[in-house]
Write a protein that binds this ligand. Sequence first.
Ligand code: FMN
Length: 173
Amino acid sequence: MTFLELARSRYSVRNYLPKTVEEEKLNYILECGRVAPSAANYQPWMINVVRDPEVKKKLEETYNRDWLKQAPVILVFIGDHRKGWKRGDGKDHTDIDIAIIADHVTLAAAEQGLGTCWICNFNAVKCAELMNLPDHLEPIAYLSLGYPADSMDATSRHLKRRSLEEIIKFDHV
Ligand SMILES: Cc1cc2nc3c(=O)[nH]c(=O)nc-3n(C[C@H](O)[C@H](O)[C@H](O)COP(=O)(O)O)c2cc1C
């Protein structure tokens, strides 16, 4: 599979089979995340792999969706704002680094026949409380993870992308 084929094959899965994600596949996709680049190589990240039904149930209260309950795994990407690289003007790059590691994971999962969905619309305050996180550790994104129960819906948002003509400029000043 070419990279373009892989990138096109990934879509937001909101329908999961009640099937366990194999340990080897989980480790593989986490390793694909681990090698992601980060600003100044500071790697300001942690991933909480939530599978235990009791823990998962509590986490689901921070984003109450039936499809999230179906997913066997929720990955919680936690940014460490103390570790994240700050540019001279103060810009904190932790969010960018988290997006990169999470994107590696989504694509690795797709390569393994697994589905993911990015989730940022969760109650972050409640999540931080639940995980007892100090102020500098921020839960930035969740990824649901599991075997898709559907195939990509051709009419979905997934196929709606702006054209290259619209988003690319060459030598623009
Ligand atoms: C940063 C980010 C946050 C997102 N948050 C959510 C979310 O909270 N809930 C949700 O259902 N989808 C969420 N999504 C999924 C987007 O809606 C989806 O990626 C987009 O519509 C394109 O569809 P596709 O992923 O199938 O290509 C998020 C995606 C990104 C990249």
